[in-house]
Design a protein around this ligand. Structure first.
Ligand SMILES: Nc1ncnc2c1ncn2[C@@H]1O[C@H](COP(=O)(O)OP(=O)(O)OP(=O)(O)O)[C@@H](O)[C@H]1O
Length: 278
């Protein structure tokens, strides 16, 4: 696949359809009063937010609740209160496969047990691993088995080429560099056919050249209708690359706005300077 030629989102591994981004003015995601407690710790304290199509940054000092929010959005934690709506679907409390089936996924580090499998095998497993029935059915419907498996394999090669890791397809995933693993992690979730991808620090520890490559790929994907919510500690990077920024602090949304608005907001400066680690 050539530069800028982004993989086409699929349904049942048929690389033909565009993601259901809906009207540009409609938020993809609506979160209302989301609350999550761990014993005596309130990690999310009535979070209200919307996420529009495009790239949205999620920032906040350590312990602000960003990862817990991702976990509650994608079904890895069940919130104690509140609602999560993806387009018109209420996905509150749904498990990860059901949320992925509705079109929202998050990246994860490659688990240790998959590190010995090849990059290609990791890509082939991804749709089943996170997506549940949507693609799992392709493996069990006998008559269409061969055709659908071929489609998944083609798509895996296409996405690997898009992320320029196709020359590594036969290598064990555990032998990849840190940056190459980041590319594989994003490639894996794209194979689940998402509308919105939640990225938890996808650029941490990545060298500047690879960082530009990953950001370029994300921008290409946004042009093709995918959306991203991005946790990142590098504020300059968020400010330079996100259309909208959500700032969390102590389990709440402190403010939301354009990078310029957020950067000049006294409350944000105070949150970062007020004694919490950044
Ligand atoms: N499984 C858990 N059990 C108990 N407390 C937890 C758990 N997960 C998160 N917390 C607590 O919830 C709060 C929010 O944590 P979270 O990891 O969501 O913050 P964060 O904004 O992602 O932080 P960081 O930027 O440091 O990764 C913290 O006080 C944390 O200690």
């Amino acid at each position: 696949m050539t530069e800028g030629n982004t993989p086409t989102p699929t349904t049942d591994a048929t690389p033909t359809e565009s993601p259901a981004v809906g009207d540009d003015r409609d938020p993809i995601l609506r979160v209302e009063n989301l609350t999550k407690r761990f014993g005596g710790i309130t990690a999310l304290d009535g979070v209200d937010l919307t996420v529009d199509p495009g790239i949205t940054g999620l920032i906040g000092p350590n312990g602000a609740g960003k990862t817990t929010l991702f976990d509650c959005l994608t079904g890895f934690h069940e919130p104690d209160q509140g609602r999560v709506r993806l387009y018109d679907a209420d996905v509150t409390g749904d498990g990860p496969p059901a949320v992925a089936q509705q079109g929202m996924v998050r990246t994860f580090q490659i688990p240790r047990e998959l590190a010995e499998m090849t990059v290609f095998e990791n890509l082939l497993l991804a749709p089943m691993h996170q997506h549940g029935e949507r693609l799992r059915g392709a493996w069990t419907r006998g008559d269409r088995f061969a055709e659908e498996e071929l489609a998944v394999r083609d798509r895996a090669r296409e996405i690997a080429a898009f992320f320029e890791i196709d020359h590594l397809l036969d290598e064990p995933a555990g032998s990849l560099s840190g940056g190459q693993r980041k590319l594989l992690e994003i490639a894996r979730v794209l194979l689940t056919d998402p509308d919105i991808v939640l990225l938890d620090e996808p650029l941490a520890g990545v060298n500047p050249t690879l960082e530009r490559k990953i950001l370029g790929r994300i921008e290409d994907l946004v042009d093709d209708g995918y959306s991203f919510l991005l946790i990142e500690h590098d504020i300059d990077l968020i400010m330079d690359n996100c259309e909208r920024v959500i700032v969390m602090h102590r389990g709440e949304v402190l403010t939301t706005g354009s990078p310029a608005d957020v950067q000049s907001d006294e409350r944000v400066i105070e949150a970062y300077l007020g004694g919490d680690d950044v």
